[in-house]
Design a protein around this ligand. Structure first.
Ligand code: PBG
Length: 325
Protein backbone atom coordinates (compact mmCIF):
# COMPACT_ATOMS: atom_id res chain seq x y z
CA UNK A 1 0.00 0.00 0.00
CA UNK A 2 1.23 3.42 -0.77
CA UNK A 3 0.11 7.00 -1.06
CA UNK A 4 -2.60 8.11 -1.82
CA UNK A 5 -4.24 4.91 -0.51
CA UNK A 6 -2.04 4.68 2.56
CA UNK A 7 -2.00 7.83 4.67
CA UNK A 8 -0.18 7.47 8.02
CA UNK A 9 -1.64 10.79 9.13
CA UNK A 10 -5.11 9.16 9.48
CA UNK A 11 -4.11 7.66 12.81
CA UNK A 12 -2.55 10.87 14.12
CA UNK A 13 -5.68 12.94 13.80
CA UNK A 14 -6.50 13.27 17.48
CA UNK A 15 -5.15 12.22 20.86
CA UNK A 16 -7.54 9.30 21.25
CA UNK A 17 -6.37 7.78 17.97
CA UNK A 18 -2.77 8.47 18.83
CA UNK A 19 -3.19 6.71 22.16
CA UNK A 20 -4.78 3.73 20.45
CA UNK A 21 -1.70 3.08 18.34
CA UNK A 22 0.95 4.15 20.85
CA UNK A 23 3.67 1.50 21.08
CA UNK A 24 5.60 2.49 24.19
CA UNK A 25 4.43 3.83 27.52
CA UNK A 26 6.31 5.15 30.50
CA UNK A 27 5.10 3.69 33.75
CA UNK A 28 5.71 4.37 37.40
CA UNK A 29 6.52 0.70 37.84
CA UNK A 30 9.92 1.05 36.22
CA UNK A 31 11.38 4.08 37.96
CA UNK A 32 14.30 4.05 40.37
CA UNK A 33 15.17 7.25 42.23
CA UNK A 34 18.81 7.86 43.29
CA UNK A 35 19.52 9.38 46.71
CA UNK A 36 22.74 10.74 48.21
CA UNK A 37 22.99 10.04 51.91
CA UNK A 38 25.56 11.84 54.03
CA UNK A 39 26.38 12.46 57.68
CA UNK A 40 24.62 14.74 60.15
CA UNK A 41 21.08 15.31 61.30
CA UNK A 42 18.34 17.29 59.64
CA UNK A 43 20.86 18.18 56.97
CA UNK A 44 20.08 19.05 53.35
CA UNK A 45 23.09 20.08 51.26
CA UNK A 46 22.06 21.13 47.75
CA UNK A 47 24.31 19.89 44.94
CA UNK A 48 25.04 23.05 42.99
CA UNK A 49 25.53 21.32 39.63
CA UNK A 50 22.26 19.37 40.02
CA UNK A 51 19.44 21.80 40.84
CA UNK A 52 16.75 19.99 42.84
CA UNK A 53 19.13 17.29 44.12
CA UNK A 54 20.65 17.36 47.61
CA UNK A 55 22.88 15.33 49.84
CA UNK A 56 20.65 14.28 52.75
CA UNK A 57 21.24 13.09 56.29
CA UNK A 58 19.60 9.75 57.12
CA UNK A 59 16.52 11.30 58.77
CA UNK A 60 15.96 13.54 55.73
CA UNK A 61 16.54 10.62 53.37
CA UNK A 62 13.78 8.73 55.17
CA UNK A 63 11.43 11.70 54.66
CA UNK A 64 12.37 11.78 50.99
CA UNK A 65 11.61 8.06 50.73
CA UNK A 66 8.17 8.66 52.21
CA UNK A 67 7.52 11.19 49.46
CA UNK A 68 8.93 8.87 46.81
CA UNK A 69 6.71 6.05 48.08
CA UNK A 70 3.65 8.32 48.12
CA UNK A 71 4.34 9.19 44.48
CA UNK A 72 4.17 5.49 43.65
CA UNK A 73 7.83 5.12 42.72
CA UNK A 74 8.75 1.54 43.65
CA UNK A 75 12.49 1.82 44.27
CA UNK A 76 15.39 3.98 45.40
CA UNK A 77 19.13 3.48 44.97
CA UNK A 78 21.37 4.79 47.74
CA UNK A 79 24.81 6.37 47.47
CA UNK A 80 26.73 7.02 50.67
CA UNK A 81 29.03 9.89 51.52
CA UNK A 82 31.03 8.89 54.60
CA UNK A 83 32.29 11.03 57.44
CA UNK A 84 35.87 9.85 56.90
CA UNK A 85 37.61 8.71 53.75
CA UNK A 86 40.71 6.51 53.73
CA UNK A 87 42.78 4.56 51.18
CA UNK A 88 40.73 1.38 51.61
CA UNK A 89 37.32 3.02 51.83
CA UNK A 90 36.66 1.42 55.24
CA UNK A 91 33.29 3.03 55.87
CA UNK A 92 31.92 1.29 52.78
CA UNK A 93 31.77 -2.03 54.58
CA UNK A 94 31.14 -0.90 58.15
CA UNK A 95 27.83 -2.12 59.57
CA UNK A 96 27.54 1.29 61.25
CA UNK A 97 28.25 3.12 57.96
CA UNK A 98 26.00 5.82 56.56
CA UNK A 99 24.33 3.70 53.88
CA UNK A 100 23.83 0.77 56.23
CA UNK A 101 22.11 3.11 58.70
CA UNK A 102 19.99 4.60 55.95
CA UNK A 103 18.84 1.16 54.74
CA UNK A 104 17.71 0.19 58.24
CA UNK A 105 15.90 3.49 58.80
CA UNK A 106 14.14 3.39 55.41
CA UNK A 107 13.13 -0.24 55.81
CA UNK A 108 11.62 0.61 59.18
CA UNK A 109 9.60 3.63 58.00
CA UNK A 110 8.82 2.76 54.37
CA UNK A 111 8.97 -1.04 54.30
CA UNK A 112 7.30 -1.39 50.91
CA UNK A 113 9.98 0.57 49.09
CA UNK A 114 12.60 -1.49 47.25
CA UNK A 115 15.99 -0.43 48.53
CA UNK A 116 18.92 -0.79 46.15
CA UNK A 117 22.46 0.20 47.02
CA UNK A 118 25.37 1.29 44.89
CA UNK A 119 28.32 -0.95 45.70
CA UNK A 120 31.55 0.89 45.00
CA UNK A 121 34.52 2.33 46.84
CA UNK A 122 35.04 5.69 45.10
CA UNK A 123 32.81 7.61 47.50
CA UNK A 124 34.72 6.15 50.45
CA UNK A 125 38.36 6.27 49.35
CA UNK A 126 40.50 9.36 49.90
CA UNK A 127 42.01 8.95 46.40
CA UNK A 128 38.54 8.70 44.83
CA UNK A 129 39.19 5.52 42.84
CA UNK A 130 36.79 2.59 42.80
CA UNK A 131 39.15 0.14 44.48
CA UNK A 132 42.48 -0.54 46.15
CA UNK A 133 45.26 1.45 44.51
CA UNK A 134 48.59 -0.32 43.91
CA UNK A 135 51.39 1.09 41.75
CA UNK A 136 49.22 3.92 40.51
CA UNK A 137 46.33 1.76 39.30
CA UNK A 138 43.36 -0.03 40.84
CA UNK A 139 44.25 -3.60 41.79
CA UNK A 140 41.42 -5.78 40.55
CA UNK A 141 41.61 -8.86 42.72
CA UNK A 142 42.39 -7.06 45.96
CA UNK A 143 39.30 -4.92 45.37
CA UNK A 144 36.93 -7.89 44.93
CA UNK A 145 37.13 -8.87 48.56
CA UNK A 146 36.22 -5.36 49.75
CA UNK A 147 33.31 -5.08 47.32
CA UNK A 148 31.95 -8.43 48.52
CA UNK A 149 32.24 -7.23 52.13
CA UNK A 150 30.43 -4.02 51.24
CA UNK A 151 27.60 -5.86 49.47
CA UNK A 152 27.28 -8.24 52.42
CA UNK A 153 26.98 -5.39 54.91
CA UNK A 154 24.27 -3.79 52.74
CA UNK A 155 22.41 -7.11 52.63
CA UNK A 156 22.72 -7.49 56.39
CA UNK A 157 21.23 -4.02 56.84
CA UNK A 158 18.25 -5.05 54.69
CA UNK A 159 19.01 -4.06 51.09
CA UNK A 160 16.85 -5.83 48.51
CA UNK A 161 19.22 -5.36 45.59
CA UNK A 162 22.93 -4.56 45.50
CA UNK A 163 24.36 -2.79 42.47
CA UNK A 164 28.12 -3.02 41.90
CA UNK A 165 29.27 0.01 39.88
CA UNK A 166 33.04 -0.40 40.15
CA UNK A 167 33.70 -2.32 36.88
CA UNK A 168 36.26 -4.71 38.38
CA UNK A 169 36.48 -8.04 36.55
CA UNK A 170 34.80 -10.87 38.44
CA UNK A 171 32.99 -8.75 40.99
CA UNK A 172 29.51 -10.08 40.32
CA UNK A 173 30.69 -13.64 40.93
CA UNK A 174 32.57 -12.63 44.08
CA UNK A 175 29.54 -10.81 45.47
CA UNK A 176 27.10 -13.63 44.59
CA UNK A 177 29.33 -16.17 46.33
CA UNK A 178 29.67 -14.10 49.50
CA UNK A 179 25.95 -13.33 49.67
CA UNK A 180 25.04 -16.99 49.20
CA UNK A 181 27.55 -18.24 51.76
CA UNK A 182 25.98 -15.91 54.30
CA UNK A 183 22.35 -16.83 53.70
CA UNK A 184 21.43 -13.95 51.38
CA UNK A 185 20.44 -16.06 48.37
CA UNK A 186 17.39 -13.83 47.93
CA UNK A 187 19.27 -10.56 47.63
CA UNK A 188 19.46 -9.70 43.92
CA UNK A 189 22.36 -8.19 41.99
CA UNK A 190 21.88 -5.38 39.51
CA UNK A 191 25.25 -5.16 37.74
CA UNK A 192 26.46 -1.94 36.19
CA UNK A 193 27.46 -4.26 33.36
CA UNK A 194 28.21 -1.86 30.50
CA UNK A 195 29.44 1.20 32.33
CA UNK A 196 31.39 3.64 30.21
CA UNK A 197 34.16 6.03 31.21
CA UNK A 198 31.94 9.03 30.63
CA UNK A 199 32.09 12.78 30.99
CA UNK A 200 28.40 12.65 31.89
CA UNK A 201 29.25 11.68 35.49
CA UNK A 202 30.70 15.12 36.26
CA UNK A 203 27.89 16.48 38.44
CA UNK A 204 27.58 13.17 40.34
CA UNK A 205 31.18 13.46 41.40
CA UNK A 206 30.37 16.79 43.01
CA UNK A 207 27.34 15.24 44.71
CA UNK A 208 29.28 12.24 45.99
CA UNK A 209 32.61 14.02 46.37
CA UNK A 210 34.20 11.16 44.47
CA UNK A 211 36.40 12.80 41.84
CA UNK A 212 39.59 10.75 41.41
CA UNK A 213 42.53 12.61 42.93
CA UNK A 214 44.86 11.43 40.17
CA UNK A 215 44.31 9.95 36.72
CA UNK A 216 40.87 8.84 35.59
CA UNK A 217 38.70 5.71 35.45
CA UNK A 218 39.61 4.55 31.95
CA UNK A 219 41.57 1.51 33.14
CA UNK A 220 38.36 -0.01 34.53
CA UNK A 221 35.32 1.68 32.93
CA UNK A 222 34.59 1.03 29.25
CA UNK A 223 35.79 2.96 26.24
CA UNK A 224 32.85 4.94 24.78
CA UNK A 225 33.86 3.73 21.31
CA UNK A 226 33.05 0.09 22.04
CA UNK A 227 29.71 -1.64 21.53
CA UNK A 228 30.57 -5.31 20.93
CA UNK A 229 32.60 -5.23 24.13
CA UNK A 230 29.49 -4.15 26.02
CA UNK A 231 27.82 -7.37 24.97
CA UNK A 232 30.68 -9.46 26.35
CA UNK A 233 30.68 -7.46 29.59
CA UNK A 234 26.96 -8.14 29.93
CA UNK A 235 27.38 -11.82 29.11
CA UNK A 236 30.09 -12.19 31.77
CA UNK A 237 27.92 -10.56 34.41
CA UNK A 238 24.93 -12.76 33.55
CA UNK A 239 27.14 -15.86 33.80
CA UNK A 240 28.44 -14.69 37.15
CA UNK A 241 24.93 -14.33 38.52
CA UNK A 242 23.61 -10.83 37.73
CA UNK A 243 19.81 -10.64 37.95
CA UNK A 244 19.57 -7.28 36.17
CA UNK A 245 22.14 -5.79 33.80
CA UNK A 246 22.62 -2.07 33.47
CA UNK A 247 23.81 0.20 30.70
CA UNK A 248 25.22 3.56 31.77
CA UNK A 249 24.94 6.39 30.75
CA UNK A 250 21.63 6.16 28.88
CA UNK A 251 20.98 8.96 26.37
CA UNK A 252 24.20 8.67 24.37
CA UNK A 253 24.17 4.85 24.65
CA UNK A 254 20.71 3.85 23.44
CA UNK A 255 22.25 1.60 20.79
CA UNK A 256 23.83 -0.39 23.62
CA UNK A 257 20.52 -0.60 25.51
CA UNK A 258 18.88 -1.86 22.33
CA UNK A 259 21.52 -4.46 21.54
CA UNK A 260 21.71 -5.78 25.08
CA UNK A 261 17.95 -6.23 25.25
CA UNK A 262 17.79 -7.84 21.80
CA UNK A 263 20.65 -10.21 22.43
CA UNK A 264 19.95 -11.40 25.97
CA UNK A 265 16.25 -10.78 26.62
CA UNK A 266 17.32 -10.23 30.22
CA UNK A 267 16.06 -7.53 32.61
CA UNK A 268 17.84 -4.35 31.50
CA UNK A 269 18.25 -1.14 33.48
CA UNK A 270 19.48 2.14 32.03
CA UNK A 271 20.99 4.93 34.13
CA UNK A 272 19.94 8.42 33.06
CA UNK A 273 23.00 9.91 34.76
CA UNK A 274 23.81 13.19 36.47
CA UNK A 275 25.17 15.01 33.39
CA UNK A 276 22.05 14.11 31.41
CA UNK A 277 20.00 15.56 34.25
CA UNK A 278 22.01 18.75 34.59
CA UNK A 279 22.00 19.52 30.87
CA UNK A 280 18.22 19.36 30.73
CA UNK A 281 17.89 21.35 33.97
CA UNK A 282 20.23 24.07 32.74
CA UNK A 283 18.51 24.44 29.38
CA UNK A 284 15.13 24.40 31.12
CA UNK A 285 16.18 27.09 33.59
CA UNK A 286 17.33 29.25 30.71
CA UNK A 287 13.97 28.86 29.01
CA UNK A 288 15.64 27.22 26.02
CA UNK A 289 13.63 24.01 26.20
CA UNK A 290 10.41 22.86 27.82
CA UNK A 291 11.97 20.88 30.67
CA UNK A 292 8.95 18.76 31.65
CA UNK A 293 8.25 17.81 28.06
CA UNK A 294 11.88 16.89 27.35
CA UNK A 295 12.03 14.73 30.49
CA UNK A 296 9.16 12.58 29.24
CA UNK A 297 10.59 12.41 25.74
CA UNK A 298 14.02 11.30 26.94
CA UNK A 299 12.75 8.67 29.36
CA UNK A 300 10.33 7.36 26.76
CA UNK A 301 13.23 7.01 24.31
CA UNK A 302 15.19 5.01 26.88
CA UNK A 303 12.18 2.73 27.33
CA UNK A 304 11.63 2.45 23.59
CA UNK A 305 15.26 1.40 23.11
CA UNK A 306 14.58 -1.60 25.36
CA UNK A 307 15.20 -0.64 28.98
CA UNK A 308 12.90 -2.36 31.45
CA UNK A 309 13.74 0.08 34.20
CA UNK A 310 15.28 3.52 34.43
CA UNK A 311 17.37 5.09 37.16
CA UNK A 312 16.74 8.81 36.99
CA UNK A 313 16.96 11.97 39.07
CA UNK A 314 13.80 12.93 37.16
CA UNK A 315 11.79 10.02 38.63
CA UNK A 316 9.69 12.32 40.84
CA UNK A 317 8.92 14.68 37.92
CA UNK A 318 7.89 11.72 35.78
CA UNK A 319 5.69 10.34 38.54
CA UNK A 320 3.98 13.71 39.01
CA UNK A 321 3.34 14.01 35.31
CA UNK A 322 1.98 10.46 35.05
CA UNK A 323 -0.40 11.21 37.93
CA UNK A 324 -1.33 14.55 36.37
CA UNK A 325 -0.26 16.35 39.61
C1 PBG B 1 30.31 5.09 41.40
C2 PBG B 1 29.25 5.64 40.55
C3 PBG B 1 29.28 6.75 39.67
C4 PBG B 1 27.98 6.91 39.20
C5 PBG B 1 27.21 5.90 39.77
N1 PBG B 1 28.02 5.12 40.58
C6 PBG B 1 30.37 7.68 39.32
C7 PBG B 1 31.54 7.24 38.58
O1 PBG B 1 31.69 6.10 38.16
O2 PBG B 1 32.41 8.10 38.43
C8 PBG B 1 27.51 7.99 38.28
C9 PBG B 1 26.07 8.37 38.39
C10 PBG B 1 25.71 9.67 37.76
O3 PBG B 1 26.52 10.35 37.10
O4 PBG B 1 24.55 10.06 37.94
N2 PBG B 1 31.34 4.45 40.75
Amino acid sequence: MEFPVYRPRRLRKNERLRRLVRETALSLDHLIYPLFVGPGKDSVEPVSSMPGVSQLSVDRAVKECEEVGALGIPAVILFGIPEQKDPLGSEAYLDSGVVQGAIRAIKEKVPALIVMTDVCLCEYTDHGHCGVVKNGDVDNDATLELLAKEALSHARAGADIVAPSDMMDGRVGAIRKTLDQNGFQQVAIMAYAAKYASGFYGPFREAAQSTPQFGDRRSYQMDPANADEALSEVELDIREGADIVMVKPAMAYLDIVYRVKQKFGYPVAAYNVSGEYSMIKAAGQNGWIDEQRIIMEVLLAIKRAGADMILSYFAKDVARQLHGW
